[in-house]
Structures are given as C-alpha cells and as structure tokens.
Design a protein around this ligand. Structure first.
Ligand code: SF4
Length: 701
C-alpha cells in the first residue's frame, strides 16, 4: 500500500484460494473490474482464520470487505463424494490442504466483522451463491439456513456479479447506506418480515403458484397483431372483444412480474418437510430466467427474531463488449510473486487455456453451473480471444505453443442462443436441450469453427486442444464442426459425458439418450480415420445418481463391457447445494414435475454400501471390485453373470495376487495388475470374463 501511495483500500477482497492474477480466478477478475472503475482494491488470500488479526493486515476498508470462499465451495473443495477429507487442495501453493476453513464465507465474514465491527460485509462466489436460500447440505446431512443469517453479511451477490458489484461499489462510494440498496439484480439480503420495496408490490404464495396442470400463465410472443384503435362499446351496451396489442400485454405482464415477490415455504418448513423442500426447489429453479424471473422471499426463524431472506431476480447477462471488457483487463497472468516456485495445481491446469464463454443451457440436474452462471450464453468476441492467445504467447515464459483449451462450461455452446429475444425472455423451460433440442435454439457452430481457424493461424501457436466438455447432441448437428474438432483439436483422447446409458437415470439428469452418443461416436471415428489419427473417446459416467437402480448400473456395466471400456476415472454422485438432483437425493421427489405427497418418487442410493456397489459397476474390470459385484449380483438374482462365460460380468475366482493384497509386504504389488493403463476405450487384451485384465499395450482399436 505504501508503494502505491495508498493510505487505505476502498475495498478489501478476501478469498480462500491462492491469489492468481488471471481471469479464471474470480477474485482477480473482480479486483481488476473494480480497479478499472477507479477503486483501490486490496486482497487477503487464504488468511489464517484462527483469529481476527490477519484480517487487519490491510487496515479497515473505506467501503466494504468482499468475501468469497474461492472458486469452489469450501466443502466440495475439502471432501470427496464419500465425505472423506481430500489430501490436497488444487487452489493452494504446493496443493497443501487445510489452508481454508469449512464454510469459508461464514467464517471469514465473522472474522472480518470481529476485526472491524460495523464494517460493511459483502459476500459472493459460488459458495454464497448456491447457499442463498435454505438448502440441503450433504456434509452435515441436513437442511441448513441461507448463508446470509449465518454470516450476518449485509448483502449477498450471486451469479457472475460484475454488474451488481460495480453498481454497489459506486453507490456506496456515493454515500448511500448499504441497507438502502435493495434494487440491484443478482443480490440477496435480510429484511424484516413483510418488507416490500414499495406499496406497488404484491406477494404470491409459491404453493398457489405451482398448481396442478400448469406452473404459471405466460405471455404468448406469437399472439396475433392487434388492430390500431381500441373498439368502442356497441350501442346495446355489449362489450366487443378488445384485442390488446402484444407489446402492451407483454409490458403489463412484465410490470406485474417486476413488482411481484414469491414467498417460498420458510426455512423451518422446508427443514422438516421433504415435499415442501422439493416444491421450494422447483419454484426456485423456475424463477431463473432473467427475462421473466420474479423476486423471491423466504422466512428464517420464528417469532420476534424472524427475518426474510429477500432474493432479487438474477443478473442480466453481459453483452459481448462487456465480456470483452472483463477479460481484457491487464492481468499479470501469474500467481502472486510471494508464492515463489510453489506449484499450484489449478494454475498449472488453466494457465494456457482460454475461457471463451459463460453460462450453460443444458440444465443437467447434477450440475449447478446454470444456477450460478445462468443459461443464457455470454460469449467473448473473436478479437478478444485472439488477443488473449497472443498475450499468453508473448508474456508466458514457459509457453511452448500449446493452447490447452478454448472453452467454458460447455465448449461448443459458444454464441448459441434462442432464435428470438422475445421468446427467450418469456421462456420457462429449465433446459434448451432436454427432452430434445428446442426448435427455437440456434445450433449454428460456424462462429466457433471460424474462431478455431483464426486461433490456429496465430503465429507461434503450434497446437490447440479442447479440454472443456462438449454437448455431443449439439455437435452432431454440425458435421463440419465435428470434423474440425477431430482433425485439429483432439490429442488422442476426447472427454465426453454421456453420464449414463439408462433412460431411467438420464431422465432424472435431463441428459440425452445414449443414441446421441452413438451418433457422435460414429462421426468421431469417421473423421479420425479420414485425418489418419488413432483417437479415442473418454466417456464419463456418474454412479449412484438419483433415479438410478441397481439394474440401471448393471446395464451400464454390461454396456461398458460390450464396448470394451475400462474406465480409470469414475465418479459417484455428489449432492452439491441447490442442484435439482440434490433435491431428488434429499427429498426422494422429482422436482422436474409438480411436487406433492403423491407425486413421483425418486429411488436414490444413499447408503455407503449401495453407492459403493454402483461405483463398482463402473469399474467392473477391476478385480478389487469383484467381491462387491459378486455380492451385489447374487442379491439382485443375477448370479448368472458370475463365471467364466463370455456373457459374464465378473469371474467366479479372485486372482491370486489380489487375494494376497491384505499382506502388507505384497499389497502394492498385488494392486498393480488391477490397474489398466491403456487408453480408455481401447480393447481388452483378452475378450471374455475368465481372467483378470492383462496389462496391454497402448494400441487402440
Ligand atoms: S431455445 Fe427454446 S428452451 Fe431455449 S430459451 Fe429459446 S424457447 Fe426457451
């Protein structure tokens, strides 16, 4: 601060991550945005939370402390899907674990308040964003309050918050008190029960809203054109039909929606009633389109201490020039120099990758990206992206010419959007691609193809690979895109996420059927052969997703065996805060449909034993899983799949070396043969199920 000639900071940002000045790290992005608006920004990275003293390191901020857990929810960061503590932290120098507290937003907010009582506290990031209403918390296995009452923050900014943050900071700098700033989109705060911004506002009970047969009445953007003049009443007093111009009806409806707040069941109600929890989750997700979302309110507490959590509608997506402004800031593109030569895995992973867009309209129920970034795609311009490639080339000392990603939440949604702004603003669907690709969705890949070609032509760039996941159901709409991708941007393996093969599960995930995967696979193999390349798809699957039965997992395992997939990396469903699949996990109800006590139930693997069995099906080839699978198959009445015949999933006998794995001296050696090092998707060394997989060459099919 002394070097900068500052006597104080306007804003002090606190983060649970190491500080890396790169637009993939939220704190850097927010700091650079505020700096561009003339504010003096200090950053406290991974402060020791055991006392308030480290929170005084930069003094008291003139305007506020801005607090985040970092790029991830602190509990997702620290614990596995089996609730075990991870041994490392990718966002910390040398991957050292334990550098941030659990529920970091709450802990940091309390310490900052303790350091400087009365200071304004603003919270944000994915942890605050996805815990803004009462939510099921997998790690404590209970419904928790909104993070607002726990942190006692003055305001919460959710989603990508640049717009709200800049406006908030200017207004605070202009002398407006924090509790007078109640009109910013993308913000949430605590108010007294019954508070309204003005008399104009009406409250709607969510239970009245989510009634059978329909969710709500929406404006019809295709309504017929109106006559220019309003008709006069007939002489006999009869009233003629009056056609209201569509624009006027839309404006009236918008005005209504702009002054409506939906009251969700209270924290106390959803905590004790799984059906009400599922109902609240459903209503919450239906109010996610910035074009028509209404404010929501949820009471926390009872009696005189009760308070409402008020949630304004989500932020308006950034335009392309605004996205460019955010990404074109003068980032150092490096970790803070105080880390010296320490390795930060998250930085190693993204330092040569480029984020070309935000948002996702897929709506996969196990993922919270849509809840955080929204489903309207926000894309950067070609010029801004090419400029970043040149920056990496010119300023990164260890860059060797390989750009490791041109992506985002979904690599091939770049520039995709609804064909009509009016339709988009009135749309209430949770996904543009489920149950099928919406006829209003523009799936044109030409701008992305053009971007790839421009990027390859940048002098000094030797290779560009696409590391982000793809929507293959969209990709097959453009064989030219698949050809471009396969010919130039795959380095042997391409990650792809069917997530499951069974309709029962896919319908709960809101994912396309496995037929779309097959269509993509055929295109992938055809264009790989044309390019003279031996390349493989790496499919990802989720075990124990809500809606998945033991039979579904068995069918998936048989599909994997049929296509000779021996997966190294598999994942078990992790119920993250606010995801729709988490609602299924907790409530055993399907919030994709109207929820009632009698509505569709969702079978969910919750016990460790069943989750372990489901995971074992994904690694059916691993001898260490065979005892679990044998037990499971017998329990399912499918003992016919145990044995040495070609139709069997697991052999009857355990390999000798795995049997000996319990002996300490031989444990490591015993495990070795069970690990298949070949590329995923490559054929097994030996077909059939009468022996353990053999170590094989890397020769693919
Ligand atoms: S493409 Fe279809 S689902 Fe997506 S916003 Fe437009 S109308 Fe809605």
């Amino acid at each position: 601060m002394a070097a900068l000639g500052w006597d104080e900071c306007d804003v002090i940002l606190i983060t649970g991550d190491a500080y890396i000045d790169h637009p993939s790290f939220g704190m850097a992005l927010v700091g650079r945005m505020l700096e561009a608006h003339g504010f003096r920004v200090g950053i406290l990275s991974q402060p020791d939370w055991q006392s308030a003293e480290p929170f005084r390191a930069l003094g008291k901020p003139r305007l506020y402390f801005g607090i985040t857990a970092g790029n991830m929810d602190s509990l997702v960061n620290r614990y596995t899907s089996d609730r075990k503590i991870r041994s490392d932290d990718a966002y910390t120098p040398n991957a050292e674990p334990g550098k941030r507290p659990d529920r970091a937003v709450t802990v940091y907010a309390q310490r900052a308040r303790e350091a400087y009582p009365g200071t304004t506290i603003v919270i944000g990031s994915i942890e605050a964003s996805l815990r803004r209403i009462a939510h099921y918390d997998y790690w404590s296995d209970k419904v928790r309050r909104s993070v607002l009452p726990d942190s006692k923050a003055d305001i919460l900014l959710f989603g990508n918050a640049e717009r709200a943050l800049v406006a908030l900071t200017h207004r605070l700098a202009g002398g407006e008190p924090i509790d007078a700033i109640r009109d910013l989109r993308g913000t949430a705060f605590m108010v007294k029960p019954g508070w309204r911004p003005s008399e104009q506002w009406q409250e709607i009970d969510s239970l009245a809203l989510d009634r059978p047969g329909r969710i709500d009445t929406h404006a019809d953007p295709y309504a017929m054109e109106a006559s220019a003049a309003a008709p006069k009443p007939a002489a006999d007093g009869a009233q003629p039909v009056r056609i209201v111009p569509p624009a006027a009806r839309l404006a009236a409806r918008r005005a209504d929606r702009a002054h409506s707040v939906i009251r969700l069941p209270s924290y106390e109600q959803v905590k004790g009633d799984a059906v009400l929890y599922a109902h609240a989750s459903r209503v919450f997700h239906l109010e996610s389109n910035p074009g028509n979302a209404r404010a929501m309110v949820q009471c926390h507490g009872e009696g005189p201490g009760a308070r409402d959590v008020w949630i304004n509608p989500p932020p308006i997506p950034l335009t392309t020039p605004e996205m460019d402004f955010v990404f074109d800031r003068p980032y150092a593109r490096a970790p803070h120099p105080t880390y010296g030569s320490a390795r930060i895995p998250a930085w190693d992973m993204i330092k040569f990758s480029i984020n070309i867009m935000r948002g996702c309209f897929g709506g996969c129920t196990f993922c919270s990206i849509t809840e955080h970034e929204g489903r309207i795609i926000q894309s950067r311009s070609h010029a801004s992206i090419i400029n970043e490639i040149e920056e990496i080339r010119d300023k990164s000392p260890d860059f060797k010419g390989h750009i490791t990603d041109l992506g985002g939440p979904t690599a091939n949604m770049y520039r995709m959007a609804c064909k009509s702004k009016a339709i988009e603003e009135n749309c209430r669907r949770l996904s543009c691609v489920y149950p099928g690709i919406c006829e209003n969705l523009n799936t044109d890949h030409s701008s992305l193809i053009e971007l790839y070609r421009k990027a390859r032509a940048v002098p000094g760039i030797k290779r560009i690979t696409i590391g982000s996941g793809l929507r293959y159901d969209l990709a097959v709409r453009s064989p030219e895109y698949v050809k471009e991708l396969v010919t130039h941007h795959v380095s042997g393996l391409l990650k792809i996420a069917p997530e499951h093969t069974e309709e029962n599960t896919l319908s709960k995930m809101m994912k396309p059927g496995i037929g779309a995967y097959e269509e993509f696979r055929q295109m992938f193999e055809k264009f790989s052969a044309q390019a003279g390349k031996k390349q493989h798809l790496v499919p990802y699957f989720i075990a124990a997703h809500p809606g998945t039965t033991d039979e579904d997992m068995l069918n998936l395992a048989l599909w994997l065996k049929k296509y000779n997939f021996r997966l190294d990396q598999v994942q078990t469903f992790l119920p993250t805060p606010m995801a729709l699949a988490t609602t299924m996990y907790h409530s055993r109800k399907n919030p994709l449909k109207k929820v009632s006590a009698d509505s569709e139930g969702v079978e969910t693997a919750r016990s460790g034993k069943v989750r372990k069995l489901h995971k074992a099906f994904l690694r059916w080839h691993d001898p260490e899983n065979w005892p679990t699978l044998r037990e499971g198959l017998i329990h399912m009445g499918r003992g016919d799949l145990i044995g040495n015949g070609p139709h069997c999933l697991v052999p009857r006998q355990q390999p000798a070396r795995v049997l000996a794995a319990g002996a300490p001296a031989s444990a490591a050696a015993a495990r070795r043969p069970a690990v298949d090092k070949r590329p995923v998707g490559a054929p097994p060394a030996r077909k059939g199920c009468n022996s353990a997989p053999k170590r094989a060459s890397t020769k693919g099919r």
